[in-house]
Design a protein around this ligand. Structure first.
Ligand code: ADP
Length: 543
């Protein structure tokens, strides 16, 4: 017997078409470089997206050609998300926070043919232009200034619009639509290539009620850059549901985000923990200094992930009525793999247990298999404490890297992705991240989780931010060193006080850091996470 269902290939094009046709009156708002707001309806956006696709085809873009973007979060970047694949191209988001050398290397490795770049990022482009020649450089006049004559003006390019009968280039569901490079914290960055199929499946799964729970009345504020793992896939979900998006443009300072929230209150915001840490500190500080200047939108829910989420951060937002929903993912995994949402099992749990769970990575989403492999290659028992490497498999998880294949240190012989994260799972498959393999501290043969120690330190009232690293030690091989940023307006804590605080949080005496270093700010990576490699360079050698 055969199934009688139609075999229609999965495709993101239907999402865009649907947004333009069914949700055509809903809006997209972009914050421009001068901080003013510009609105487009989805109908206008869809027409512009099709115009971009038609224009790229006219320029000679062919199936599978890479079209890079070097852009902040705004409506035109969203046009690229859908317009480039509609022309048969592969959108390659370049990370504007990398060094010019890295960006140039990545563009060359991906063999990008075309570049779409914000006018305000042209100075950055000029610094890597010698490393890779794009056949066409299209400049988006984000600031409104005239585009320099040597470049193609994005607005002029799309002005003719698409022919009335325009159709996206035909494709199979496995055809590529986008690519993104990993951060390269271990070796050279590697390209991950997403397909229509992987993206549609990821979008459907991530949008489910307990996850993003996208609703027609939502207004989404993506602080996560659109070059960071496709903004966690949210642009696809928001377009699929035709929900309002408020793009922050280049204005990511906490004051700017809080101002924007007053003008365009979001119901769903997304960003890495460091964004929310600085935002909540500033918000709480101003509650006493300038009460009433800002109000966190009632009912706001916030997606957070990309790095360990301290329980203290979740509690801080909860005090102001905002729930932080944590997800775990990687560029390699589209990225959503696990989400920490309230499960039926916790219905009668007390609030401490609820917060403890919220600070864990959570439950694997449908279609994703998670296993935890101990050092000896066996599965770690699901007891919540036994540690092993998290390995994942599924239809939106990469099975190889562009031009590299499937290196042994990244993939197991039986086809699972090795995440490099050390985790424990319990009997209800709840994942707790203990550390990244390279961040675990091995002292006297025993492991210390930097994530657990940071969590505990950030629960101290004087500590705004904490990052714990291993420094070499002759006797113990490694010892923990804690880098701290003090909370504004609170007296710094003494070493003894911090030690007592850690002991009260369940750490043993031998685990306490030998050194505490105070910093004005903890260095961030190109995607806004704590930059532990930099900290190791700063303090490791001195140890
Ligand atoms: P990179 O961090 O190397 O720039 P990715 O953005 O792909 O690259 O990050 C993937 C890594 O981020 C994961 O392997 C994991 O270590 C970390 N990560 C992501 N989400 C979480 C989370 N919720 N809790 C702890 N760590 C996380």
């Amino acid at each position: 017997m055969r199934a009688t269902m139609m075999n229609v290939p999965l495709s993101i094009h239907g999402f865009a078409e649907r947004a333009g046709r069914i949700f055509g009156r809903n809006t997209l708002v972009s914050r421009l470089p001068d901080k003013s707001l510009r609105s487009h309806t989805y109908a206008q956006w869809f027409a512009r997206t099709q115009a971009l696709a038609a224009a790229l085809l006219k320029l000679g873009v062919q199936k599978g050609d890479r079209v890079a973007t070097l852009c902040w979060n705004h409506h035109a970047h969203l046009e690229a998300y859908f317009g480039i694949p509609a022309a048969g191209g592969v959108m390659h988001t370049l990370n504007l926070r990398l060094s010019p050398d890295e960006i140039g290397w990545i563009a060359a490795d991906a063999q990008d043919r075309v570049l779409i770049v914000d006018d305000i990022l042209l100075p950055l482009y000029r610094q890597f232009a010698h490393l890779h020649r794009f056949e066409h450089v299209i400049v988006f006049p984000f600031s409104g200034a005239p585009v320099p004559a040597e470049f193609t003006d994005y607005e002029a390019l799309i002005a003719p619009g698409a022919p009335a009968d325009f159709q996206p280039v035909p494709h199979a569901e496995d055809d590529p639509i986008a690519m993104c490079y990993t951060s390269g914290t271990t070796g050279r960055p590697k390209g991950v290539v997403y397909s229509h199929r992987s993206t549609v499946l990821h979008t459907l799964v991530a949008s489910l009620g307990d996850y993003w729970g996208l609703k027609g009345t939502d207004s989404v504020l993506p602080v996560t850059p659109m070059f960071h793992a496709n903004c966690w896939g949210m642009p696809y979900g928001a377009v699929m549901m035709g929900v309002k998006i408020v793009f922050p443009g280049p204005h990511l300072h906490p004051d700017d985000l809080l101002d924007l929230m007053q003008l365009e209150p979001p119901s769903l915001a997304l960003g890495v923990p460091t964004i929310w840490m600085t935002l909540i500190q500033r918000y709480e500080q101003m509650l006493t200094e300038q009460p009433g200047r800002w109000v966190l939108p009632p009912g706001l829910r916030s997606l957070v992930g990309g790095a360990a989420v301290p329980e203290a951060l979740i509690r801080a937002f909860d005090r102001h009525g905002v729930w932080l929903l944590q997800g775990w993912g990687m560029t390699e995994t589209s990225p959503v793999c696990t989400i920490s949402y309230p499960r039926a099992e916790f219905a009668h749990a007390d609030s401490d247990e609820r917060f403890r769970r919220a600070a864990m990575a959570g439950t694997p989403v449908p279609l994703v298999d998670v296993r935890v492999r101990a050092d000896d290659g066996t599965d770690a028992p699901p007891d919540g404490v036994s540690l092993g490497e998290m390995q994942v498999r599924g239809p939106f998880i990469t099975g190889s890297y562009h031009g590299v294949g499937s290196p042994e240190d990244k993939f197991t012989p039986d086809g699972w992705l090795r995440t490099g994260d050390v985790v424990a799972v319990d009997d209800i498959a709840y994942v707790r991240i203990a550390d990244r393999t390279k961040d675990l501290i091995k002292s006297g043969g025993e492991w210390i989780s930097s994530v657990d120690m940071e969590n505990a330190l950030m629960a101290h009232p004087a500590v705004a931010e904490a990052a714990v690293i291993a420094v070499p030690d002759v006797k113990w091989s490694e010892r923990p060193l804690a880098c701290l940023v003090w909370r504004t307006g609170v007296a710094p804590a003494s070493r003894e006080d911090l030690g007592a605080h850690l002991l009260a949080h369940g750490f043993a005496k031998w685990q306490l850091p030998d050194r505490f270093e105070t910093l004005d700010t903890i260095p961030r990576t190109s995607t806004g996470k704590f930059y532990k490699l930099k900290l190791r360079q700063m303090f490791g050698a001195a140890a």
